[in-house]
Design a protein around this ligand. Structure first.
Ligand code: ZN
Length: 176
């Protein structure tokens, strides 16, 4: 685990652009363009399929905000937001990361690809297979609930429901 370059980056804690409890962002040491940021989860997930939905959602939200930052902070006119997921996709470090690559007109970065001419049969077969795989999408993993707050003092008597509500409200107000 400590041999992972991104986990090391977090440990060393230098030159970060952004950090919170779930994600960490740095300038890419070998940037594709000026202001190229890489943001990654603090936990060592190898591929995106391993990340819980709420953590992935947070990662993408932060990537979006960092993308906004490079418009203002690095004079970008556009951004490519890229995840290389798996060896076949060009992933070099086995720790999920999102690249935010600032783009400017005529910057000569090549993110185009040649389109493939597929047969109707190939298209309809893959469409059917994908529909089968995506039937149950949409059941998202929610963030685990926080532990309930324990009160040191028990109420002297068991209050009525409305009293109990008032009691809880009073307790909550005492918390600074
Ligand atoms: Zn790692």
């Amino acid at each position: 685990m400590t041999s992972c370059a991104l986990c090391q980056e977090i440990k060393q804690g230098k030159e970060k652009i952004y950090e919170d409890d779930m994600v960490y962002a740095v300038l890419h040491p070998k940037p594709a363009s000026l202001g190229h940021i890489v943001v990654f989860p603090k936990k060592h997930y190898q591929i995106v399929e391993q990340i819980p939905d709420y953590e992935f959602g947070h990662l993408i939200s932060i990537a979006n905000k960092l993308s906004t930052a490079v418009f203002e902070g690095a004079g970008a006119q556009g951004t490519n937001i890229i995840i290389q997921n798996g060896l076949a996709a060009g992933q070099q470090i086995p720790h999920v990361s999102v690249h935010i690559i600032p783009r400017r007109e005529n910057d000569n970065l090549a993110f185009q690809w040649d389109t493939k001419q597929l047969s109707e049969e190939e298209m309809s077969t893959v469409e059917l297979q994908l529909k089968e795989e995506t039937k149950n999408l949409g059941a998202f993993q929610k963030e685990p609930k926080a532990e309930p707050i324990k009160l040191d003092k028990k109420p002297e008597k068991i209050p009525e429901l409305s009293d109990q509500e008032n009691y809880l409200i009073k307790q909550l107000r005492r918390i600074p």
